[in-house]
Design a protein around this ligand. Structure first.
Ligand SMILES: [Zn+2]
Ligand SMILES: [Zn+2]
Ligand SMILES: [Zn+2]
Length: 137
């Protein structure tokens, strides 16, 4: 669908974001807002659209988030996850909301995930965009 300009700009990704994605999520995918399983990606959640609650977590803190690309189904986790804030799939540049979030202060065996912090890609993080610098100093 993209010409040859995968890395062109974030604007491009935003354009794609509006396009309807036909593929439904994996059967085990659980929308973190309405808790429906295997029905829709959290990006497409009708409840979220109504309430404006786009992510499971609605606080002000940073937390762990689990994301799944609605295009290539790639899964990733980030310990720089924020309420109502998307991150982009590094392959497709599709922005998605985290369908699972959990507090940072209760890692529950996700310690190893912290290492991903070093690889936090600001160009894929909406919060970094907004701040104009890395979302965690
Ligand atoms: Zn939902
Ligand atoms: Zn992807
Ligand atoms: Zn960030």
């Amino acid at each position: 669908m993209s010409d040859s300009s995968e890395y062109d700009s974030d604007d491009l990704a935003e354009d794609f974001e509006g396009l309807a994605v036909d593929n439904s999520p994996p059967r085990k995918y659980k929308c973190g807002v309405c808790k429906e399983v295997g029905d829709h990606f959290i990006n497409d959640c009708p409840t979220a659209a109504e309430t404006g609650q786009r992510t499971p977590y609605q606080g002000k803190r940073r937390c762990f988030g689990q994301y799944q690309c609605s295009s290539c189904l790639r899964l990733w986790v980030s310990s720089r996850s924020w309420a109502n804030t998307q991150q982009a799939c590094q392959d497709c540049k599709v922005y998605v909301y985290p369908h699972r979030q959990r507090p940072l202060y209760k890692p529950q065996g996700m310690d190893d995930v912290c290492d991903l912090d070093k690889n936090h890609q600001q160009q894929l993080c909406r919060r970094c965009h907004r701040l104009g610098h890395s979302c965690v100093q």
